[in-house]
Design a protein around this ligand. Structure first.
Ligand code: ATP
Length: 662
């Protein structure tokens, strides 16, 4: 039996609070240990900006336009992205920190940054400012906490909703198999995809679609959503990231179903821009009136910089306040109409808490990438329906949890089945919990994959997917040498290669943290040399650098590899394994980094990370690592290496080879 619902929710609340404290502590650490200049060097801040203008956006928000203070200047390299929460601070030499404001990045280009603020910048602000990223946790965690508190109330009131019974009270999920699919809207679906659609459509309250890498999860969800709509149902489609939501929106867009994508349109793909609430509001009949009010607001905003007198400025602020009120009233009415008429609403999980969805209910909530979402985040959306379809892959990485750095996450399959709420950690997802609680009857796994050469697929299939994956004919034998312009060489004609660095003495090194102490991250210059060599050989064989990704579990190795490779191969993608989840490339080189005498493998012990790393390539996977270190005390890595010796090519690195010369 599962743990008592109210205890479970109380424990989740406690864990969220710990997460909030950790997020605050980390931000503080950044702020206290690093100067603004250092933050800018790390891509977390942009300094010396000037206010270029302000106009009105959706919701009557103030869209503040910023650019480099130097005329014709460009921003330095940075990591600021649309939807990031940023803090705008005045930087006019007065040293006055008052008036700093939090906003959301709307758009960002080489020389322009537009930030959405709830109100204008305070009166008296100088034109000079700087911007620094802030963890979004504060907003998202707040929404999660509210959703759990609501859940707690529903449990106390004994809410009879059967979704709660299945998700929290251990009742078995029910399926009505009389619900048959008369016509496949997408006839190209394969047998396992059809089985998943059938299960989802028959579910009274809960069904899981397990989608291993490249198996067409998005394809399948599209059919599920369309089948629901055809049955007259209203569907809320969510995912933890904007990208997950946009991928589905893009697949649904051609089918002409009334749908609305909520959230900032900044990152919307061109094909779905017309479905964003922002665009639909503008293009509707009522939108013309809004445009008029918006014009009045922009005109008032434009007058502001010219007013020197305090009283004049105060009058303009009063005028703006009235106009904003009017704008919000009219807009709310329009939004209610648009949202109310839509059969499909798409938004991030935390976006399901937005005011545009106030009072809205749905027949079903579909959650993509559910194995990467915190359970509390899922509840934000799940309060709106009595049936939920979860799609994901619990064999890949779970959501990032700041407060949980222990090996507990590795052992979470044990935790997920426990009755003791004290052992739950935040990265035990709802997807995990439901599988542990209800078993395989509640899920269907997609088993044909459309990404990897069959040899690349074979080990992950064996180890993570009960050997049930098959490679579609179109991909099963494709090699790099089959690509146009690529020569057949020793490297391009093999799908699997391990460059073994055992015995080379290339020991891992520890990166210093922000305080100059030994940090968590590691790098390995010897391995990096082998990466350089392999990239060079592939490119010399005619493979474009943009078809190659170099990935590694450690951020310090990412930075080290970027230093070595970026200039020579600007198109080459170099990143962390975690950041590459959900992506694919023709050739993928994985640098394992760990090399020591004790066999310490750190967070490589989370095999889900290894699974993500080795399932990214289409045609060629090259592992660079020390087989002795990783296999010393870890059975998984020992088995993997043994398997590789039978099925892949093993090359032994030369200790005198730094990868730079022929
Ligand atoms: N039934 C099918 N017939 C032919 N191709 C398919 C089919 N299903 C999926 N594909 C192809 O497989 C690829 C992956 O599909 P999709 O993007 O839906 O996968 P996914 O499982 O969501 O991916 P990820 O591994 O990133 O989660 C796509 O290029 C798609 O064209």
């Amino acid at each position: 039996m599962a743990c008592p619902p109210s205890l479970f929710v109380a424990r989740q609340l406690e864990l969220l609070e710990r997460e909030r404290e950790e997020a605050i502590a980390q931000t503080e650490l950044l702020r206290t240990c690093r100067s603004p200049q250092t933050l800018q060097r790390h891509g977390l801040a942009l300094l010396a900006l000037q206010v270029i203008g302000a106009r009105t956006g959706l919701g009557g928000q103030c869209l503040l336009e910023l650019g480099p203070a130097v005329a014709g200047g460009r921003f330095p390299p940075h990591q600021i992205r649309p939807n990031d929460v940023v803090l705008i601070e005045r930087n006019d030499g007065t040293g006055d920190a008052s008036g700093s404001k939090s906003g959301v990045v709307w758009r960002i280009s080489d020389a322009r940054l537009i930030v959405a603020l709830d109100t204008e910048l305070p009166d008296g602000w100088g034109d000079r400012c700087r911007v620094a990223t802030q963890p979004v946790y504060s907003t998202v965690l707040g929404r999660m906490r509210r959703s759990l508190q609501r859940l707690q109330r529903r449990i106390e009131e004994n809410d009879a909703a059967t979704l709660l019974d299945v998700l929290l009270r251990g009742h078995a999920p029910r399926f009505d198999y009389r619900v048959k699919i008369e016509q496949w809207l997408d006839p190209s679906l394969n047998a396992s995809q059809r089985a998943a659609v059938q299960l989802a459509i028959s579910a009274d309250h809960l069904a899981l679609v397990h989608g291993p890498p490249g198996t067409g999860k998005t394809y399948t969800l599209t059919e599920i959503i369309r089948q629901y709509v055809q049955r007259g149902k209203r569907v809320l489609v969510c995912g933890p990231s904007n990208l997950s939501v946009d991928n589905l929106a893009e697949r649904l867009a051609p089918h002409k179903i009334p749908m609305v994508r909520l959230g900032h349109p900044a990152r919307a793909l061109p094909s779905i821009v017309e479905h964003t609430l922002d665009a639909q509001t503008r293009n509707s009949d009522g939108g013309a009136v809004l445009v008029d009010v918006r014009r009045d607001m922009d005109a008032a905003l434009a007058r502001l910089p010219r007013c020197k007198k305090h009283s004049e400025r105060r009058n303009i602020y009063n005028e703006l306040r009235q106009l904003r009120k009017e704008y919000r009233r009219r807009e709310a009415k329009l939004v209610e109409e648009l949202v109310g008429n839509a059969r499909i609403i798409l938004c991030t999980l935390s976006g399901a808490d937005s005011r545009q969805l106030q009072g809205q209910t749905f027949d079903v909530v579909v959650i993509d990438e559910a194995a990467q979402a915190l359970e509390a985040e899922c509840w934000i959306a799940m309060h709106r329906a009595n049936c939920v379809i979860l799609a994901g892959d619990h064999r890949q990485l779970p959501p990032t949890v700041l407060s949980n750095r222990t090996r507990a996450s590795v052992e979470r399959s044990v935790l997920a089945t426990s009755k003791d709420p004290a052992v739950f950690t935040l990265d035990v997802t709802l997807f995990d919990r439901m599988l542990a609680q209800h078993g395989d009857t509640v899920k269907r796994m997609l088993s044909t994959q459309y990404r990897m050469h069959q040899d690349i697929m074979a080990f992950p299939s064996l180890r993570f997917y009960a050997n049930e994956l098959t490679a579609d004919d179109a991909v099963r034998a494709r090699l790099l040498s089959d690509m146009p312009g690529v020569d057949a060489t020793d490297d391009t004609t093999i799908p699997l290669l391990w460059i073994d660095t055992a015995g080379c003495g290339w020991l891992e090194r520890v990166e210093e943290d922000v305080r100059g102490r030994s940090g968590d991250s590691r790098f390995n210059p010897g391995e990096a040399g082998q990466v350089v060599r392999h990239v060079r050989q592939l490119v010399e064989a005619g493979l474009p650098a943009e078809s190659i990704a170099v990935i590694t579990p450690y951020n310090a190795q990412v930075a080290h590899l970027r230093d070595k490779l970026r200039e020579r191969y600007p198109q080459l993608e170099i990143g962390s394994v975690d950041g590459f989840q959900g992506r694919e490339k023709d050739a993928v080189i994985v640098s394992l980094v760990r090399s020591n005498d004790t066999g310490d493998i750190g967070f490589l012990a989370d095999y889900r990370r290894t699974n993500v790393a080795i399932t990214r390539p289409r045609r060629h996977l090259c592992i660079i690592g020390d087989s002795e270190t990783v296999g010393k005390s870890d059975q998984f890595y020992r088995q993997w290496y043994e398997w590789m010796t039978e099925h892949a090519e093993i090359r032994y690195a030369d200790a005198n080879d730094d990868g730079e010369d022929e």
